[in-house]
Design a protein around this ligand. Sequence first.
Ligand code: FPP
Length: 248
Amino acid sequence: MTEPRNLPRHVGIIMDGNGRWAQRQGRPRLEGHRAGADSVRDITRASRQLGIEALTLYAFSSQNWQRPVDEVTGLMQLLREFLIDERSEILDNAIRLEAIGDVERLPPIVKEPLDELRAASAHHRGMTLTLALSYGGRESIARAVRDAVRDAVAGKLAPDDVDVERFASYLPTSQLPPVDLLIRTSGEQRISNFMLWEIAYAELVFIDVQWPDFRREHLQTCLDQYAARERRFGLTSAQLASDLDLEG
Ligand code: FPP
């Protein structure tokens, strides 16, 4: 069991390997995504029970629109089913559902239940579950720059006031704690355009398990790895040790 002190506040997950999981069994890719949706349910429940404050899942990237039409349509259907089937569990467990990405591009069958659940859960403080949908890290930064430039042109933002904190306030993750732990399943070791700004000091864990097989025991393995790491944020080990002494 991870000590509360060593529990990440915010976990991001790149849920990779659905297609390979299905192909390995000679089944269509979409069945991998369907099995992956079961992993989403289990990991959301486990994260809430463990006391993780924020869980952000990379469910559909800006680049995924270019996949075969049938796969995109199937993924949209799975997202809709998730939002409808999990609605009461999300509300009963005080989970706030959020979304980041170009959600205006989503079809109404997803956008409508998404907007409804975001509004219905907006006041919840148990855990924030954020779905990254039609999301890209570079696209997200470009959008933040656009918004900041608009404010500058309108005289609401002075160039000299743009520092790290001020810029981060334009990102869609600005209300979430910093990402402490980023997990990628399937054995690939890439970031694939996920939360590029936000993971600046995250610990990265790559685990050789396909997403449809990923269950709470695998999450615990990742949390144990995280707890064993020394996070220095640019300081030395000695500085960190003396900070801890001061904290008592
Ligand atoms: C990457 O695997 C996964 C995706 C592109 C989609 C993730 C979607 C789900 C887990 C299901 C629906 C989501 C929710 C929130 C209910 P891949 O297809 O790239 O796998 P591969 O690299 O093995 O081909």
